[in-house]
Design a protein around this ligand. Structure first.
Ligand code: SAH
Length: 384
């Protein structure tokens, strides 16, 4: 059985062509799956009976398994989604919906865990299991749309405001380390026969995989956020170890190249503020110096603590001062509000459930806490 969520529209067109079906049928079926959110070919009322029979025999529309659905006091909603393999082992990822007055943002995951080991990130501490498939990446948006009652209705004018207007690949994992599947999912997000989102409202966040930044620019240039976090290679090597491979000079050059094709005329630099580590006035000035050749905005993220982390969040006064130094140099800097903190849905708190294959826990003497063994029941509470 193929899972139709694994195809972008072009892929579905090819698969249909091999079965003698016309391209417009692929667009039609994509609309049923992604715009109207159906999981059953029987519901595709205007699709020819013979095609429906073929699909019923050869294909399925299989979204992720919902293991848990939590809503925070501020309305942020988080789903724990099971992505087990054939052996039935319990991997799970997290997806977060953040409602705001004028937009709704879905934060999605790209890998089970993460291999990059940034020192301040909870996902990194969980180890890495595998890349998510296209179906598992787009399945998060497909699932959230259904759960939020946001799917469209056939024949109804749907030009109005969208429940999910923005998507950010800022959940678990490094999206650019899973570029093929991420690109297919991005194409579906942008395709008018699927989600039809604006390129400017889809953001990929990366810790700085330079060659993949170039590939993204040439294949699906969406908005780009880069996790900067430090003004010097010495410090960034420590916080974001991938910096040893792609140092700041190369990263800044890749950002400039990206802007040639980006849908926005700036790069967003994310900067997690760690008390006493990277939050001094001198750090702020050094950051300005480093990025002066890259049109950019800053998104400052006061550190979100998690069990077992040694870093501390700076005082609000320190955060304000850091922001002010950037703003005084005419660089836009916003401070990311913590959302969904009471359900561990904030930046860097997503841990899901990762069957670590890197054996990082053993290597560190089992000291790193793992939620795998703490809180997650593998019973299906909601199954949608
Ligand atoms: N791997 C990609 C996508 C993850 S995005 C990347 O690194 O950009 C998640 C964002 O939250 C990144 O900017 C990450 O550095 C930041 N983050 C991670 N841990 C955090 C924590 N404990 N507190 C605040 N921000 C954190």
């Amino acid at each position: 059985m193929v899972n139709l969520l694994d195809f972008d529209v072009e892929g579905l067109t090819d698969w249909f062509a091999q079965r003698g079906e016309k391209p417009f049928r692929a667009r039609q079926v994509s609309r049923w799956i992604h715009r109207f959110g159906v999981d059953d070919v029987g519901q595709m009322t205007d699709v020819a009976k013979t095609l429906r029979a073929m699909l019923a025999a050869e294909a399925e529309i299989r979204g992720p398994q919902s293991l848990r659905d939590s809503t925070a006091a501020d309305g942020t909603r988080k789903w724990l989604l099971g992505v087990g393999n054939q052996l039935g082992n319990g991997n799970a990822i997290e997806t977060v919906f953040i409602p705001e007055a004028n937009r709704g943002t879905l934060c999605i995951s790209s890998q089970v865990g993460c291999a990059l080991e940034c020192s301040f990130c909870s996902t990194g501490k969980q180890g890495f299991n595998r890349n998510l498939s296209t179906a598992e990446i787009i399945g998060q948006l497909w699932h959230a749309n259904r759960m939020l009652g946001a799917v469209r209705q056939p024949g109804v004018d749907d030009s109005g405001e969208r429940v999910i207007s923005n998507v950010v690949l800022m959940g678990m994992g490094e999206p650019l380390a899973n570029l093929d599947n991420v690109s297919a999912a991005l194409r579906l997000m942008l395709d008018d026969n699927a989600y039809g989102l604006s390129r400017r409202r889809v953001t990929v966040s990366t810790a700085g995989l330079v060659p993949a930044i170039d590939r993204l620019r040439d294949s699906v240039p969406v908005a780009l956020a880069v996790s900067l976090h430090a003004p010097t290679d010495a410090l960034r090597d420590e916080l974001v170890p991938i910096n040893r491979k792609y140092p700041l000079r190369e990263l800044m050059a890749a950002c400039r190249r990206y802007l040639e094709k980006a849908p926005r005329d700036f790069i967003t630099f994310e900067y997690v503020l760690l008390a006493g580590i990277n939050d001094s006035d001198a750090d702020a000035h050094a950051v300005l110096q480093l990025t002066r050749t890259v049109p950019c905005k800053f998104n400052l993220i006061p550190f979100n603590p998690f069990p077992g982390s040694d870093y501390r969040r700076p005082t609000p006064e320190r955060v304000r001062r850091f922001q002010e130094i950037l703003m005084n140099a005419d660089v836009v800097a916003t401070v990311r509000k913590t959302r969904g903190g009471d359900i561990d849905a904030a930046c860097g708190q997503l841990a899901g459930q990762v069957q670590d294959r890197t054996r990082r826990h053993e290597a560190q003497g089992g000291k790193v806490r793992s939620r795998t063994h703490q809180t997650i029941p593998i019973t299906l509470e909601v199954n949608a």
